[in-house]
Design a protein around this ligand. Structure first.
Ligand code: FE2
Length: 379
């Protein structure tokens, strides 16, 4: 079978780029043991040698270079009938092979950016049709679920990755602040990419280097809305140490040979602040992050959501509070009409070339709502 979702699979796999690997996350409808074959190598979803089956969300990590070369992977699974301690019973092995297109290195790349879908599926999927099969990379940039009160909200990540990327192209996925709210918030890492349990990390796909950041919530930890359920101040401080390590470690991965484009992906545009309570948090810390971007990392673009806007914020513009290193693209605008319950969505297509990035904001109906070409300065 090729590129097919079976009855046992709830959605098509999400192929997340993390570090030097792809984390292939596969939600199943039934209990199963799952492995992934790339060429003649097999990778398992296991806990220290025991194949996992009780959790229906499976994750297998494969080396990026291996899958990029193979350009296909096979999801191999057996549905559990009875996992008894001796002679467990399982159905016959099923193998589904998926085509995979790594990020092209010989031409411009076409990114579709969705954030702030807040449980919407139909409209964001329709918006992403602006690129359709020409898409090279899908970015899901936070607040994809409306909140983490129910696991079915978290599944919105799978619904969008499945319908848009179809298991055939890489996906970058960040955590947004609404994803941190509710009884299932602590389970969200099971749905999204992370590096050793951290939602901030880097990844490199050939010429393209990405810094993925997570601001957590947008108000202080003691805000009554959160009811003592969060501790993002120490989380952000640890993230600052991570950023210092990215900058000061000997490898300087963002300056490595062959890296030609550097992008930051973060749900909250931390270079902006309304500077009014309760949103005026972490002034010093965000100013320091902005300085590190400006003086050290020199990204070409920062891709954000959170503000429910479809705008490009220029360096030095009215939204540049802490000193942007580069233009900030705030790339999704969900619209809900309370009276008619009608929903609309404006997403963002970014065509990234060597000298410029073309940004198109399109409505889910297909109508273009904004278009801008951003010159990129080579460092
Ligand atoms: Fe948000």
């Amino acid at each position: 079978m090729k590129n097919q979702q079976t009855d046992a699979m709830s959605y098509l796999p999400a192929v997340y780029a993390v570090g030097e690997s792809y984390q292939i996350v596969m939600p199943f409808a039934v209990e199963a043991i799952v492995k992934v074959a790339v060429g003649d190598r097999v990778f398992y979803d296991d806990t220290c040698g025991v194949l996992r089956s009780s959790d229906r969300i499976h994750r297998v990590e494969v080396p990026m270079s291996l899958l990029d070369a193979a350009r296909e992977y096979s999801v191999i699974y057996r549905v559990i009938i009875d996992r008894k301690a001796y002679y467990p019973e399982m159905e016959e092995e099923v193998c589904v092979t998926f085509d995979f297109r790594p990020l092209p290195q010989d031409r411009e790349i076409r990114i579709y950016h969705l954030s702030d879908t807040h449980n919407m599926v139909e409209e964001p999927v329709a918006a992403s049709g602006y690129l359709g099969d020409a898409m090279d990379l899908l970015i899901l940039n936070g607040d994809i679920p409306n909140h983490a009160g129910k696991h079915e909200h978290l599944e919105t990540v799978f619904k969008l990755a499945s319908a848009v990327a179809k298991g055939n192209i890489p996906v970058i996925c960040t955590r947004g602040n609404h994803d941190d709210r509710g009884r299932c918030a602590e389970d969200f890492l099971n749905y999204i990419p992370h590096q050793n349990g951290k939602t901030y990390y880097t990844t490199r796909m050939g010429r393209y280097w990405f810094l993925i950041l997570d601001c957590g919530e947008d108000k202080t930890d003691d805000h009554e809305e959160y009811g003592n359920t969060i501790c993002f101040h120490p989380f952000r401080r640890a993230e600052t140490e991570f950023l210092k390590d990215v900058i000061h470690n000997a490898e300087k991965e963002y300056l490595a040979e062959g890296v030609e484009h550097r992008l930051v992906v973060c749900h909250i545009p931390f270079t902006f602040s309304k500077l009014v309570e309760p949103f005026d948090i972490e002034k010093e810390l965000y100013a320091e992050w902005a300085r590190m971007m400006r003086e050290e990392i020199h990204p070409e673009l920062m891709l954000c959501g959170h503000r429910h806007l479809a705008e490009v914020w220029e360096v030095g513009g009215k939204n540049d509070v802490y000193g942007q290193a580069c233009p900030v693209i705030v790339g999704s605008r969900p619209i809900r009409h309370k009276d008619t319950k009608e929903k609309e969505f404006i997403g963002c297509a970014i065509t990234l070339g060597d000298g410029s990035a073309k940004v198109v904001f399109n409505h889910h109906s297909g109508e273009i709502r904004g278009e801008q070409t951003i010159p990129l300065c080579a460092e």
